[in-house]
Design a protein around this ligand. Structure first.
Ligand SMILES: NC(=O)c1ccc[n+]([C@@H]2O[C@H](COP(=O)([O-])OP(=O)(O)OC[C@H]3O[C@@H](n4cnc5c(N)ncnc54)[C@H](O)[C@@H]3O)[C@@H](O)[C@H]2O)c1
Length: 389
């Protein structure tokens, strides 16, 4: 029963696509077994009253609906906030949340640009007791968790190369009307990198694979889109990005290709990572969400891919049997469990499993990579990233 669990009272700022995903995850918390905590959405805020109305109609625990997020932040009944608003609002709202002393799961990219991200990092440095994490759910797929385990076990030997990406075809249709995600003023100059890049960088950064140099190829494929009022407007943001990165760790140097694509025909929500090593290679893609592939190799031995159906087993236990399929909303639920687990442990080491949500430091690292990628596109040069700065 929920009464035995530690209840974390949440406010949601931004009640659109992702705000509702959190409502759905919180509503099926009974899916998780053996968790001593539970989020309860008590307050919501959106500039659009229809968006908060959806919560009032569908989430019985909501007792406050606001049009101004400052009112939500002034509510002492709110312990923590999920913020899912357009990128141009991240800086102001995240900084105000952190200063209010409420914990924050913020959506990526954590600021519309590097300057906004620095302001958020500064607010966090001034309020170190606030626990802040960045939303990134795909590493919670069982197949991705399996890859994390193999990397942590050092199975790959010498890394030959890494490829990671997130591909959509959502913008292939040129008649799709413009929205905030296709305008620089609201989405940012990063374009598809700001939208999709944190998802791609989460695991490489977690493994310590920081790009030392970046050469980018950025594409604008659809130059204008319908404005929804009968006219056409410029579609300003980068549609696709390919980043060739040179990774140097303490003992290895290898190439890593990162790609974020809005226009990848045939792909709806394909997040993938492929790692090739001298002893072991592995790959996982949400295109085949049940399957994880691996190729162990011994000198002179056979090179055979093993493709297994990964059991439904992620970071946190669930009521679902191992033979069933894991999906997007399951990964969101797992991410929320990891965030709430950290809140209950006050960010300490006491989590019931070791895989944390993306950190603000990882979000800041992603900004260094995207900023270098923009400079590479502008100059045509390979750009070095100074990680000591
Ligand atoms: N983790 C993921 O898989 C994932 C997927 C999609 C989007 N996102 C991220 O989530 C965030 C929101 O994206 P979305 O797709 O949910 O967008 P959305 O447009 O569906 O929702 C954004 C909401 O913010 C509201 N809003 C705008 N200004 C506001 C203000 N001043 N105060 C309060 N509310 C305001 C809008 O009315 C809207 O309801 C972005 O940062 C985006 O990058 C993450």
């Amino acid at each position: 029963m929920a009464k035995d669990k530690r209840i974390i009272r949440f406010g949601v700022i931004g009640c659109g696509l992702m705000g509702k995903e959190f409502a759905s995850a919180a509503a099926r918390w009974c899916h998780l077994t053996d968790v001593g905590f539970e989020p309860r959405i008590v307050a919501v805020c959106d500039a659009n009253p229809a968006a908060t109305e959806w919560f009032v109609d569908n989430v019985p625990s909501v007792v406050h609906a606001y049009g101004d997020y400052r009112e939500l932040l002034a509510n002492p009944d709110v312990d923590a906030v999920y913020c899912a608003v357009p990128h141009n609002l991240h800086q102001q709202i995240y900084v105000d949340i952190i200063r209010s002393g409420k914990h924050l799961l913020g959506e990526k990219p954590f600021g519309i640009d590097a300057e906004a991200n620095s302001a958020i990092a500064q607010a966090l440095a001034e309020n170190p007791d606030v626990i802040v994490r960045c939303s990134s759910e795909f590493p919670f797929y069982p197949g991705a968790q399996q890859i994390v385990k193999w990397v942590n076990e050092g199975r790959f030997g010498r890394i030959i190369e890494v490829e990671a990406g997130f591909w959509h075809s959502s913008d292939l249709d040129p008649t799709k009307p413009i929205n905030w995600k296709r305008r620089i003023a609201t989405n940012g100059e990063y374009g598809c990198m700001g939208d999709l890049g944190m998802h791609v960088l989460h695991l490489p950064l977690r493994f310590g694979w920081k790009p030392k140099r970046v050469r980018s190829l950025l594409s604008k494929i659809v130059p204008e889109r319908p404005d929804g009022k009968g006219g056409m407007v410029p579609c300003e943001t980068w549609d696709n990005a390919i980043l060739a990165c040179d990774v140097e760790t303490d003992d290895q140097r290898f190439p890593m290709v990162l790609s974020t694509k809005r226009i990848a025909p045939g792909h709806a929500n394909t997040w993938f990572i492929r790692i090739q090593g001298t002893d072991f290679s592995a790959e996982f893609t949400t295109k085949n969400p049940k399957q994880v592939a691996s190729l162990p190799y011994e000198p002179g031995g056979a090179q055979a891919w093993h493709v297994v159906d990964a059991p439904y087993k992620s970071a946190y236990g669930t009521i679902t049997g191992g033979i069933f399929e894991f999906g997007f909303s399951d990964s969101i639920l797992q991410m929320w469990a990891a965030f709430c687990d950290e809140l209950v442990g006050q960010g300490g080491a006491g989590m019931s499993q070791p895989f944390r949500c993306a950190t603000p430091e990882e979000a800041s690292a992603s900004h260094l990579v995207f900023t270098a990628a923009l400079e590479s596109e502008r100059t045509g040069n390979t750009i070095a990233i100074d990680w000591e700065e």
